[in-house]
Ligand binder design. Sequence first.
Ligand code: MRU
Length: 349
Amino acid sequence: MTSSNYQGLNTELPDPIRWEGDKVTIIDQTQLPHKETFLTSKNYRDVCEWIKSLRIRGAPSIGIAAAYAAALAAFELDSHNEIDRKLDRALNEIHDTRPTAVNIRNVLTRLRKLNLDGKAVGEVFLGEANKIFAEEVESCRKIGRFGLELVPDKAVILTHCHAGGLATGGYGTAIGVIRAAHEAGKDVMVIVDETRPLLQGARLTAYELQKLGIKFRLIVDSASGIAMKKFKVDLVVTGADRIAANGDTANKIGTYNLSVLCKEHKIPFYIAAPGSSFDITAKSGEDIPIEERSADEITRFQTCRTAPENVPVYAPAFDISPADNIAAFITERGIIRKPFGENIARMIG
Ligand code: MRU
């Protein structure tokens, strides 16, 4: 694996991931916003480590990374005889990197269904990975366009975590809606939750909005209630890691709280997500696995310990917003409204 660092940040938004020749390159999201560090590797195990450690993160982006990891694993095969054992083992390893975002599973299922008879598996997987990448970016643009009708001409929009270009292959889902509104000339102001404990809002959403020239204010997560009142928030929009058949939605921890606050304040709560983030095999949020992360993410603030030694910790990385709290889903196929069960089955299933 090699690493390179651009001193002096670009004004352009970097690509989250690229394939060049026989290697994959990502921007290390854990180093943002201060350093734009790029990591390059030919080894799928490195890509697995990048996904686990959140160097690449966000549901669609980890789906794309998983597809390129599968291509790298396939290029390691010496013969077709190794597809059953060696490739299968590698695909399982890739699958197990992070459990909540369904994009990884959806991508691997798609690759496993490809016809490999007599073909060079690496090339077949690489071709499909490139297709998946292009589709995700195209989906974001469509999500942005469909979302336009939900954004008033002068709008205050609150968002949580980071669902921008870095998280999605490019352009963004929740940020895509905000970006499309801004590009259409709407007067948009964004309230950005910092998103404890790993600060994806403060580090990444703020970084992207600043580069895009979109007005925003950063708040601590617990200020979202008072901010809804003070700034008269018109809508809340977030991304998703997995959407069940009934519309229950897993997203970054704290999203559920926001969905409840929206109900209290009568603010529409929207989820912007591509079809690749739906899991129609999950009947409800009960069927969605929730990743728990290391206690260190809560007991430390970067290198500084903030909690006493040996405190018991509960560190879920995601929570479930009940379908009932969600006003609509903004997808690349259009806006999905209630009744969700029926409409998700019709538009996604
Ligand atoms: O743990 P993370 O940073 O990967 O969590 C990401 C989120 O929760 C995002 O909101 C979600 O993946 C949507 S990205 C378009």
